[in-house]
Design a protein around this ligand. Structure first.
Ligand SMILES: Nc1ncnc2c1ncn2[C@@H]1O[C@H](COP(=O)(O)OP(=O)(O)OP(=O)(O)O)[C@@H](O)[C@H]1O
Length: 654
């Protein structure tokens, strides 16, 4: 009896304290089973699309931005919120349900490029805070209302190229103060270009339309290519606008028009004669300089080239060049203005040396028309069609940042691409960390390593900001960090994932060697951070990361696992590269950087730092010079070599 009373009392007490817990549990089940408002919005959007099989992995039982479990292909997340959608090359069509996306508070980017959407352009004012809208290469048609973009003050990038759009270019575009890139080429726009006055506009392309009239002054500094293929456009950078003749009586009018025709024919004949003369002069000069260069090559060979390498270069480039000639596509496309132009033949006749061979092909240094350039041959880059490849290269060509190696030119043949860049004077970070140098030579000083880390962080942040790609670098490793004459780092081989064949990318590109790819077959917006973390640890430890060589992530062979274990065993001092030279006051900063590196290498993507946090933390690091002055720099030269554990212990409190 007493026992029964106790049981009843316990049951009552337990029940009352459990009620909130049980309720929370039930609620969480309800939320997971029936989705969150974010997933509901996206699924509603998906329902209106036709041919939406490519996004069948969207799974309502997992939140779209729950990175470690989510499989929401094409959903861009930032700090756990939906930032945008990148649904490209998916053969999508049907209705674009903007009402479904409108309630998403952080939605800023929408890319539906290279799909089959048709009909009139939807009213994007419903997504008033959009910063980037990419709709090129679809079949949108009809006129766009003049007010279509009114009030979209945040819009920076608008891509509508290669659709079937008609009528006038909407004048509301001229009122968007932040607009930087506008791509309208390959449509049937008519009438005059609106009077754009934005200073922010860096790229405008209205080529291949039916536009007429004067080009607005603010666009006059752009390349003539941006306006090509419009018969009626005039004014700089195209030819002058010829005022229409004053109206005159019929007979005089006839006389005038005959006079005009005669003048125009004369001008054209004169221009043709001038071009033919210039061409003759140019080809004679070129021929002469080529003969001179060929004549001097044996001597150069002895100094600059390894003979067998040269034969390879010559054979490979000749192969490319002869194919190129057959296909009549032997032209390099230049993306930089401050480089003297040359063609494949110039490359072939230039002195060249092999810099190294990577997973894509070989890189050669060649001196062409007096300037050193690097040509890299890629054999696994036919993931996209010709036009999309050009489009992507142009997109890369527009990226400008002190820590990015700019793409100077490219050559595109079906299975063979050449990318041309400038030569970086100090080679790659990998060669400095792992290349042999004599015992008398110092290793990389701490202040140089810190400068490199800071530059890489800034370059990476720029890519995150500029590109709507899930892991914008995608192939970050020490051989893709080059160093200029003052050891400023220059990222290279960035943003190539969209054009690389998937099989090759999965085998060799760094993004696919991340834990999330190994465990969930996906990359996330923090995948590049993971690669950056490995790079930081590589710079601090001087160890070559095994994962560079293995086809996929293996936590046993992972540099981060090794460092973590050493720290746990209180052997932190042993992880640092014996070659780092700094002052004894650099030690604290090196430990801080080690912690940042480990926080970038969190397997749990949610806990991993994001790009903003990484940049903030790295920017706050110091060389330790202030301390050096305080204590007097004499005799402060310090090497990790032979150092004991003192001052190195720290706990992993991430
Ligand atoms: N623009 C450049 N300036 C100076 N050196 C370069 C340049 N580009 C490449 N290199 C050198 O050539 C070497 C080979 O580079 P490459 O890009 O072909 O292969 P990788 O980076 O090792 O591998 P992957 O093909 O996977 O990117 C690099 O380690 C670097 O030293």
């Amino acid at each position: 009896m007493v026992m029964a009373a106790h049981v009843a009392k316990f049951a009552r007490a337990t029940t009352s304290s459990l009620v909130p817990l049980v309720l929370a549990f039930v609620l969480s089940i309800v939320v997971t089973s029936f989705g969150s408002p974010d997933s509901d919005a996206l699924l509603k959007f998906k329902d209106q699309l036709a041919n939406n099989e490519a996004i069948n992995s969207w799974n309502p039982s997992v939140k779209p931005c729950e990175w470690e479990r989510s499989n929401w292909v094409g959903v861009l997340c930032l700090n756990g919120s939906i930032r945008g959608l990148q649904l490209e090359h998916m053969a999508l069509s049907g209705d674009i349900d903007l009402d479904a996306l409108a309630p998403l508070p952080s939605f800023r980017t929408l890319s539906l490029m290279d799909n089959n959407f048709d009909g009139p352009l939807p009213d994007f004012r419903k997504l008033g805070k959009l910063k980037a809208l990419y709709l090129s290469n679809n079949r949108f048609s009809g006129d766009i209302p003049d007010k279509a973009f009114e009030g979209m003050g945040s819009l920076k990038r608008l891509y509508l190229a290669n659709n079937l759009l008609t009528g006038k270019i909407p004048s509301s575009l001229a009122t968007l103060s932040k607009l930087m890139e506008l791509k309208l080429e390959g449509n049937q726009f008519q009438g005059q270009i609106p009077n754009f006055q934005q200073k922010s506009m860096k790229t405008v392309n209205v080529a291949s339309n039916e536009l007429e009239g004067p080009i607005p002054e603010a666009l006059s500094r752009l390349s003539p290519h941006s306006f090509a293929g419009n018969k009626g456009l005039c004014g700089p950078p195209l030819g002058p606008c010829i005022p229409s003749p004053p109206s005159t009586p019929k007979s005089t009018g006839k006389k005038f028009s005959i006079l005009y025709i005669v003048i125009i024919i004369l001008i054209v004949l004169l221009m043709l004669a001038a071009i033919a003369f210039a061409f003759l002069l140019f080809s004679r000069k070129k021929c002469k300089s080529r003969i001179q260069r060929t004549a001097s090559s044996p001597e150069e060979n002895s100094n600059k080239m390894v003979a067998s390498y040269y034969r390879d270069v010559h054979r490979e480039l000749s192969e490319t060049s002869s194919h190129a000639k057959k296909a009549d596509h032997g032209k390099l496309t230049f993306l930089k203005d401050d480089i003297e132009k040359f063609d494949l033949q110039d490359l072939l006749t230039a002195s060249a040396e092999v810099l190294g061979s990577g997973t894509f092909g070989s890189s050669y240094k060649a001196v062409v028309v007096g300037q050193p350039v690097v040509v890299k041959r890629y054999r696994h880059m036919s993931n996209v069609g010709r036009e999309e490849f050009h489009e992507h290269m142009r997109r890369l060509g527009r990226l400008k940042h002190p820590n990015l190696l700019p793409l100077a030119a490219y050559y595109n043949r079906r299975d063979d691409k050449l990318l041309v860049t400038e030569f970086a004077e100090n080679g790659s970070l990998a060669s400095h960390l792992h290349g042999n140098h004599s015992p008398e030579e110092d290793g990389l000083h701490w202040h140089i390593r810190l400068k490199i880390v800071k530059g890489v962080a800034r370059g990476l942040a720029f890519l995150y900001n500029e590109l709507p790609i899930i892991s914008p670098h995608g192939h970050l490793k020490s051989s893709n960090v080059l160093l200029d004459e003052s050891f400023e780092p220059l990222l290279t081989d960035y943003a190539l994932r969209p054009v690389v064949n998937p099989e090759h990318a999965h085998m060799f590109m760094m993004a696919y060697k991340s834990p999330e790819y190994a465990q969930q077959s996906r990359t996330s917006n923090k995948t590049d951070i993971w690669s950056f973390g490995i790079l930081i640890l590589e710079m601090l430890t001087g160890k070559f990361p095994e994962n560079y060589l293995t086809p996929c992530y293996n936590s046993d062979a992972d540099l981060a696992t090794w460092v973590n274990n050493m720290v746990k065993e209180k052997r932190t001092s042993e992880v640092f590269d014996k070659e780092i030279v700094g002052t004894k006051y650099s030690k604290g900063e090196m430990i801080k950087l080690l912690k940042i590196g480990l926080s970038c290498c969190e397997e749990d993507v949610e806990r991993r730092l994001d790009i903003k946090e990484v940049v903030e933390k790295i920017d706050a690091l110091k060389e330790g010079d202030e301390d050096e002055e305080l204590y007097g720099s004499e005799g402060n030269a310090y090497s990790v070599r032979g150092n004991d554990q003192e001052g190195y212990s720290f706990t992993l409190d991430r």
